[in-house]
Design a protein around this ligand. Structure first.
Ligand code: PLP
Length: 427
């Protein structure tokens, strides 16, 4: 029986590529996707009855694992009272207060429905606040699919084979300047040339959409200094790192404070949620207080808030979860490194806590150019092998591997055994 194949084929008739987000099609590894029916803790089941240890975790949100009883209960209870009112609900205030108490630089926050919306809106606020138009982003960083940010973007764009996205007018990206990740001197050059026109620098504090690329020591601190010197707003896109590296995200982990922070993924516990927040002075440029318009029919949706509030509440109550998760991740990725070095294969493991990726590349991977040297054919063979052996990894060289608190020692050692076998006998 091949239910997944049939469903996918049927889907292709009605949905572009059969999927609602491109990477899900498994196209970049020359395969077709298992259709997922159910998830519990760190395990997924597909429509064919196969099970998988899940290292995608819905691309990050499921940090507690799937089907966490407290999150589930919170969502069901909220749903009983109605799904949406388009009016202020108490839970929105509770959520904003909780986020502000966890994320060090956030004084005020606005809820939206996705990470894309969060970054798009934060940039608008930064432009409104500074009355400047230009922004700087980094090659290989992904900030969602809004027009102005689809320039040298990471994630699915990297494997789609199209350097620039069709349908985005040049006039819209004209104010987006780019610099290579980890190359502070190029940001400085932009600033020297046109610092008084630059509204914001937006960065993933750990780049996780060209595979995982860590910020080099001094990089984030340097961005902070340059933004201060030129009056630009520093935006940390913490859609992945937020509530993952530490309760307060990468800014807490690295002790560098941005002016604005964008959040998503973990903040919604699997529901469609995003948020942007930061300094009161900047957030008060947003309507109805200030002149920067930004709105949303379903923003702050009570059922979505119930999911996020439950998940963040658990994380806040258990700061020890972070040392557990980070140690678990560090150990797991170090073991992968050992397996690879014994095998003599040309691979690099970049990792930080529960985020990591195996680059099928020879040298160090520090930026977009070095990430692009990866052998995506070799990666495709590895990913197909992993999925066919019950390990669900992202079907792209340029996506991260995510661990959750629900992954058990046995599941991780089982995964290592599969990796070991793959590297020793070839994929
Ligand atoms: C996923 C992601 C986004 C986009 O979030 P969506 O919810 O997919 O719109 C933005 N920034 C980063 C860093 C992300 O990883």
């Amino acid at each position: 029986m091949k239910n997944s194949q049939d469903i996918f084929n049927e889907g292709k008739k009605y949905i572009p590529g059969g999927v609602n987000s491109p990477v899900r099609a498994f196209q970049s590894i020359g395969s077709t996707p298992p259709v997922i029916k159910r998830g519990d803790k760190a395990v997924l089941w597909d429509e064919d009855g196969n099970s998988y240890i899940d290292f995608v975790c819905s691309w990050g949100p499921m940090v507690l694992g799937h089907n966490h009883p407290k999150v589930y209960e919170s969502v069901v209870n909220a749903a009983k009272n109605g799904l949406s009112f388009g009016a202020l609900a108490k839970i929105e205030v509770e959520m904003a207060k909780l986020i502000a108490s966890m994320v060090p630089s956030v004084e005020m926050v606005r809820m939206v429905n996705s990470g894309t919306e969060a970054v798009m809106s934060a940039i608008r606020a930064a432009r409104g606040y500074t009355r400047r138009d230009k922004i700087i982003k980094f090659d290989g960083c992904y900030h969602g699919h809004s027009d102005g940010l689809l320039v040298a973007a990471g994630s699915g764009v990297m494997t789609s084979g199209v350097p620039d996205c069709a349908g985005v007018p040049k006039s819209v990206t004209g104010d987006t300047l780019t610099a290579p990740y980890n190359h502070l001197e190029e940001v400085e050059d932009h600033m020297k040339r046109q610092g008084e026109e630059i509204a914001a620098v937006v960065v993933e504090p750990v780049a996780a959409n060209m595979g995982v690329v860590l910020p080099q020591p001094g990089f984030l601190e340097g961005l902070r200094k340059l933004c201060d010197a030129y009056g630009a707003v520093l935006i940390f896109d913490e859609v992945i790192t937020g509530f993952r590296l530490a309760p307060g995200g990468a800014q807490e982990y690295f002790h560098v404070m941005p002016d604005l922070t964008t959040m998503g993924k973990i903040i919604g516990a699997g529901m469609p949620v995003g948020a942007y927040g930061g300094k009161r002075e900047i957030m008060e440029t947003v309507a109805p207080v200030g002149p920067v318009y930004q709105a949303g029919t379903l923003s702050g949706n009570p059922v979505a808030m119930a999911a996020g509030l439950a998940q963040l509440g658990i994380l806040k109550e258990h700061p020890e979860y972070y040392s557990q998760l980070n140690e678990k991740g560090d150990e797991f990725f170090r073991e992968i490194e050992k397996i690879i070095s014994k095998s003599g294969k040309n691979c690099r493991v970049n990792h930080i806590g529960s985020l990591g990726s195996i680059f099928f590349a020879q040298g160090e991977v520090l930026d977009y150019v070095s990430a692009k040297t990866a052998d995506t054919e070799a990666f495709a063979r590895y990913a197909r092998y992993m999925v066919s052996h019950g390990i669900y990894v992202a079907p792209s060289q340029f996506e991260a591997m995510f661990l959750s608190l629900a992954h058990t020692k046995e599941q991780l050692s089982g995964t290592l055994a599969v990796i070991q076998e793959g590297f020793s006998r070839g994929f």
